[in-house]
Design a protein around this ligand. Structure first.
Ligand SMILES: [Mn+2]
Length: 275
């Protein structure tokens, strides 16, 4: 039995299938841990989501920003924008309600104590240790699964507040938590996030005052083995022990990456099949 963590699939169903073939994934015995952003931008969101839901408990995913966008569109809070959204196949499917309900039950964070890995879409705020992060994720998850979910989507969007403060309350608190788990890239030692750039750290001006969240000094979750996606421009490199970046930009024409957790071996499938 093996457990494979896989980066952002974003509707790239064919490369996903080639990757599972490469690792000889056995749905009777093996497990998948997915970094989220299962859908959108790529060509086959519906097939991807149906396949993953069909794996039942053998696949576990955390929510990414694109997954939340699908839920917000599905709930009617934000409009479908053909320029940005390629998940109309899901919205028009007869099993749309089932698929969206399934997605809405997914967590923002998963900690596997036995394997010793923690899974998130974008990152863990440097000021959060494991227990705090789990409890903050649970705050959002209970709203997502309850009668206020639509109101959460109405209040979800925005970059403010941008600094962690345990005294945050209400929608501001939930928005900040969601932004950390699903959108964060850069942060500073004061716990402030910056959403203005997606470039990797080596391309930033030397005067740029933020660090990748995983390089902030005295990070409270540095003891964890963290698996994340979201940041394709990193090309899978963090140069930081115990921090595994798995979004290798399949949807941008690069490759999809799997990490076998038992031996930390990497596997990839190219976006285009090799001729
Ligand atoms: Mn993302």
């Amino acid at each position: 039995m093996s457990t494979y963590a896989i980066g952002d699939i974003q509707g790239c169903y064919d490369p996903f299938m080639r990757l599972l073939e490469t690792v000889q994934f056995d749905p009777e015995k093996d497990k998948l841990m997915l970094t989220g952003d299962l859908i959108n931008r790529g060509p086959q969101s519906l097939k991807t989501l149906r396949f993953i839901t069909g794996l039942g408990p053998r696949a576990l995913t955390v929510l990414g920003n694109h997954d939340l966008t699908l839920l917000a569109v599905g709930s009617g809070v934000i409009p479908f924008k053909p320029k940005h959204h390629t998940f109309d196949d899901i919205l028009n499917a007869p099993d749309c309600t089932f698929l969206l309900d399934w997605l809405q039950q997914c967590p923002l964070m998963h900690h596997d104590e036995a394997l010793g890995f923690t899974l998130v879409h974008a990152g863990l705020h440097p000021a959060w240790d494991l227990n705090l992060a789990l409890s903050l994720a649970a705050e959002v998850e209970s709203v997502l699964r309850g009668p206020e979910a639509k109101r959460l989507f109405e209040h979800l969007y925005g970059n403010i507040p941008d600094t962690w403060d345990p005294n945050l309350t209400g929608w501001d608190r939930l928005r900040f938590i969601v932004n950390c788990f699903t959108r964060m890239r850069y942060c500073n030692a004061a716990g402030q996030l910056d959403f203005s750039t997606v470039h990797p750290p080596e391309q930033q001006e030397s005067s740029y005052p933020f660090l990748p969240w995983f390089r902030v000094p005295n990070r409270k979750n540095a003891d964890l083995n963290i698996i994340f996606g979201h940041w394709a421009a990193l090309e899978g490199k963090t140069e930081t022990p115990k921090v595994f970046a798995l979004d290798t930009g399949c949807v941008w024409g690069n490759c999809l990456t799997a990490l076998r957790l038992e031996d930390c071996r990497h596997f990839t499938a190219q976006c285009q099949p090799t001729p």
